[in-house]
Design a protein around this ligand. Structure first.
Ligand code: AHR
Length: 655
């Protein structure tokens, strides 16, 4: 970007965050950073940098969960949601194939000119790639013993046919049929068409289409590119399944994990909390198939090397959504909810001889998932919450004292509800308190000091949802830079902050409700935001212990537009220094490396920089803002380095 433009944009930013900028004529001072490698400080938990997944923005069905058919079981309130039937077709539920998903399609073909069959639109289209295979399957039965031939096709919006296969349905009992589709073209918005070729009557249920290649090649698996993007963050913790969907708009529509395990065909669907939430963004076709359920979440945690952190409903529906009208379960009726929590721990860790351990084993994972954390409640507030949390804490402590319990501090990072809940969490002696902040760039920069004054004796902090929200709520380099600056404060205070997760994680470009988000995707491709790269740089360069880093004997929390933190990686014996320069001038910094042998130390430098604060990664240009890595040498006892304007730097130096 030309310097004039860069200055204009950056100056606007600086004006908005209220920091000073020097003029170009000023002499550039040298800032001295003192780092003491011998004073090994608090451990940085291996869980420190993680991810939070919620089924929002079509993040699960239509996103991470690789199923390509929408409403595969005809269970939406409008059973034809996602489908376009033609000919003589109706919905029935007599003698169903699956008792918890009883509806199915009933089709008759007598030679009508329209033909008889069904088309599915997928999730804003079905993404298919040439030369890749797709597993099509359905459950079906015929009315008589005469076999019925079906034609299965992938077509585009112009009716061009990309693939045709046939299946013969035979027999009056429900049976599973499958065939592989190998389309000859790549198309983000294709459709699936099923046509009866033989006259007769038949029933169809659980119509499914999966890419053959899923993450780790699992059946009922996850979209490869999206799951790989999660693994590439090197997350230490994986919080799921929400967010507000845990609470539900009503108690009846809360997230119930027991509905999400066992055979996938018989998991009852649930309406999404995010379908009608925003008047300007209605998604009546947003349901949770629960194909991505708690077993799959635990398995994904294992696959990406993160500790699982499930969040459970505490007997309250979403307080935010209902504002005073929220439904709550009386405290003396909470036992089934508490049992859900205890049973979940058994499902994750229990022996295969236990009731829920057996369910896990039957699903293919006899070994324990080694669950260590559980969160009760999401963004709850007021006395309704602690009075419900208390019996959960008692029951979990009594049966599973080793499990760490996470309580909530509500939806706000400060204010009345927050001030009320923190002492309550201390009283209940939860292990960690979940804090959420969707705040402005100014807030993020000013809050790099947030945890410096936190009580060291109380529960630890889980920064469970955060993202920098500028006025336009777009992912940009500005937001990423502010998050990088703020996160120096999380790391410096690793004795208090043990976990943190950005939110939300995913958004479908054609079906989102909330932004900004970490990773955007369409039906074929993904784009990692600048914010993603900040998370990745932290995740890959966490270190094991905090090291003291000061400028004029103080932590670097925004003085001269600089933010910094240092860590030691005991495993690799490396020094890690993170520096953020939010100014529009480059900065000279003298790194005083105390406590290591004098001389040159080799390492690498990773820099995330854009001269335009509005720079974005898009599907068309996914690499506008990406980290650039180079080899460096730092000399002890002191090296002067130059930090370019608007940049986030990570040094990783071998000791
Ligand atoms: O991340 C989006 C939503 O923000 C979450 O569901 C909720 O916990 C918060 O209000």
């Amino acid at each position: 970007m030309r310097r004039k433009n860069m200055k204009k944009t950056a100056a606007l930013f600086l004006l908005s965050v209220g920091v000073n900028c020097m003029t170009a004529q000023d002499i550039v001072p040298v800032h001295e950073f003192d780092i003491d490698i011998q004073k090994v400080g608090s451990p940085i938990q291996s869980t420190m940098y993680g991810i939070f997944f919620e089924d929002i923005n079509f993040g699960a069905d239509g996103g991470l969960y690789a199923e390509l058919i929408k409403n595969r079981s005809f269970e939406f309130e409008n059973p034809w949601g996602g489908w376009e039937p033609f000919g003589d077709v109706s919905i029935a539920e007599k003698n169903p194939c699956f008792n918890k998903n009883p509806h199915y399609a009933h089709l008759t073909y007598t030679g009508q000119i329209t033909g008889t069959g069904l088309e599915n639109e997928g999730f804003k289209g079905i993404g298919i790639k040439a030369d890749e295979n797709y597993d099509f399957s359905l459950y079906a039965r015929t009315e008589t013993n005469n076999p019925i031939k079906l034609r299965i096709e992938l077509v585009n919006r112009d009716n061009d046919i990309y693939e045709t296969q046939h299946l013969e349905i035979k027999g009056k009992d429900w049976k599973k049929y499958s065939v592989i589709l190998s389309p000859k073209a790549t198309e983000a918005k294709s459709r699936l068409r099923i046509t009866m070729e033989t006259a007769g009557t038949l029933d169809m249920e659980h119509i499914s289409l999966f890419p053959e290649k899923t993450f780790n090649n699992r059946t009922n698996g996850l979209r490869r590119d999206l799951a790989q993007a999660l693994k590439d963050l090197k997350p230490g913790i994986f919080r799921f399944p929400g967010g507000c969907i845990v609470e539900g708009t009503t108690i009846a529509t809360r997230y119930q994990w027991k509905n999400t395990v066992g055979p996938v065909e018989n998991r009852p669907i649930n309406i999404s909390r995010w379908n009608y939430t925003f008047p300007h963004k209605k998604f009546p076709d947003y349901y949770q198939s629960y194909g991505l359920g708690f077993f799959e979440y635990f398995q994904l945690s294992e696959d990406i090397g993160a500790e699982p952190l499930p969040v459970l409903n505490c007997g309250l529906s979403c307080q935010f959504e209902n504002e005073g009208m929220d439904q709550h379960v009386p405290v003396d009726k909470l036992q089934p909810y508490i049992d859900d929590a205890l049973d979940l721990i058994e499902f994750a860790n229990g022996p295969i001889t236990s009731q829920w351990g057996k369910v896990r084993a039957d699903m293919g994972h006899p070994a324990s998932f080694n669950l260590k954390f559980i969160a009760i409640g999401n963004e709850q507030w007021g006395p309704l919450y602690p009075e419900r949390l208390e019996p959960f804490v008692k029951a979990i402590r009594a049966k599973y004292p080793e499990i760490k319990i996470i309580g909530s501090s509500g939806p706000d990072s400060e204010g009345k509800d927050f001030e009320y809940l923190w002492p309550e969490m201390k009283r209940l002696k939860v292990d960690l308190v979940d804090e959420h902040f969707y705040r402005s760039p100014e807030w993020f920069l000013n809050s790099a000091k947030r945890y410096d004054s936190y009580d060291r004796q109380g529960p630890k902090v889980f920064a469970g949802e955060y993202a920098c929200h500028p006025t336009n709520r777009e992912n940009s380099f500005l937001t990423a830079l502010c998050e990088a600056a703020f996160m120096t404060g999380l790391e410096r205070n690793a004795d208090v902050v043990e976990l943190c997760t950005y939110a939300p994680l995913f958004a479908h470009v054609d079906a989102w409700q909330w932004r900004p988000d970490l990773i955007w995707f369409n039906n074929l491709n993904i784009v990692k935001t600048p914010n993603y790269y900040v998370q990745q740089l932290y995740g890959h360069n966490a270190g094991t212990n905090v090291l003291p880093l000061t400028m004029n004997k103080e932590a670097v929390t925004g003085q001269s537009e600089l933010f910094a933190t240092a860590a030691l990686d005991k495993g690799t014996n490396e020094l890690i220094i993170k520096i953020v320069n939010t100014g529009i001038q480059s900065k000279k910094i003298q790194l005083n490396l105390n406590g290591i042998s004098s001389g040159k130390h080799k390492g690498k430098l990773m820099v995330l920089h854009a001269s335009d604060l509005e720079a974005k990664n898009t599907l068309g240009k996914p690499e506008t803002v990406i980290p650039i890595e180079s080899a460096v040498e730092l000399e002890a006892p002191a090296t002067e380095v130059s930090v370019q304007p608007l940049s986030f730097l990570v040094y990783r130096i071998s000791l």
